[in-house]
Write a protein that binds this ligand. Structure first.
Ligand code: ADP
Length: 263
């Protein structure tokens, strides 16, 4: 279970900026940003290409160092990648020489978790992501959607407090994408984890999130920070796709799309 009390998992950015040195000078990818993400939130980041979404996610992942300011999770400064933050990329990054189960058990194995416990946990995760019959397959035998499910299971096996997702469904067909969106919401509800999700799709962001951040480019910054409440929302209920047909959904989607257009 995720510890919610006392802001243990709260993500706090204070004056975080990132500049890149390029041949034509210095590019401000993220201008000074203050941001607090509470434990259990599902926060999506949307905005035009080049506005700094990936930069922000990679700062959270610890893959990049900020040029200014500080990031922390609870009391811990983010000083590099860490097991408290799991990352799901757009292109699946499964180890091709391992089975799906081997991929899921890789992290726990490195941590010295004993074989029997690893097996029980990978069984649970395979069921959770709908791959109970595919544990012995190699990644190349899976469809794109199944590979993303496997990648999510592999991240969950490390039990991170926060899951960072960089356009994880961007390369999938529309039907698979919708199915995985609903599955992700179910996982998020059941696990209580914090999710930060980068996407190009405003509809995807509104459907999935409790909160959407809109960024604008040059210099990259958060211009809208919008809480999302949709009909039927309740703490113990998973949104279903029918909500996307409601006027409330359409109004929020149009508002955020306009903000991106004006950005
Ligand atoms: P997004 O994910 O929203 O498309 P990025 O975070 O990838 O945006 O990029 C933000 C800005 O920083 C862009 O203008 C991009 O060209 C620039 N940028 C990103 N990475 C680098 C890099 N390694 N070197 C120089 N400029 C970069």
């Amino acid at each position: 279970m995720t510890a919610v009390a006392g802001g243990l998992d709260r993500v706090v950015l204070t004056g975080v900026s990132k500049t890149y040195d390029t041949a034509s000078g210095t590019a401000v990818a993220l201008s000074s940003t203050d941001l607090v993400i509470e434990p259990g939130e599902f926060v999506s980041i949307v905005g035009p290409s080049g506005c700094g979404k990936t930069t922000l996610l990679h700062l959270l992942g610890g893959f990049l160092e900020p040029s200014g300011g500080a990031l922390r999770v609870g009391a811990d400064p983010i000083a590099g990648p860490g097991p408290d933050r799991g990352v799901v990329f757009q292109a699946p990054t499964l180890y091709p020489w391992l089975s799906v189960r081997g991929n899921i058990e890789f992290g726990p194995k490195c941590r010295g978790v004993e074989r029997k416990t690893r097996r029980t946990e990978s069984d649970r995760l395979l069921r959770l992501v709908g791959l109970a019959d595919s544990g012995d397959k190699r990644p190349y035998e899976l469809s794109g959607g199944m590979q993303q499910r496997a990648q999510i299971a592999r991240v969950l096996a490390n039990d991170p407090r926060i899951i960072l997702m960089d356009e994880p469904f961007g390369a999938l067909d529309a039907l698979t994408r919708e199915r995985l969106q609903v599955e992700l919401l179910r996982l998020w509800r059941e696990s209580g984890k914090t999710i930060v999700f980068v996407t190009h799709s405003v509809a995807e962001a509104v459907f999935l999130s409790t909160r959407v951040l809109v960024m604008s480019a040059r210099p990259g910054r958060v211009i809208v920070d919008r809480r999302i409440a949709l009909p039927g929302d309740a703490p113990d209920r998973v949104r279903d796709l029918a909500v996307t047909a409601t006027p409330e959904f359409q109004v929020v989607k149009a508002e955020l799309a306009q903000a991106i257009y004006n950005a």
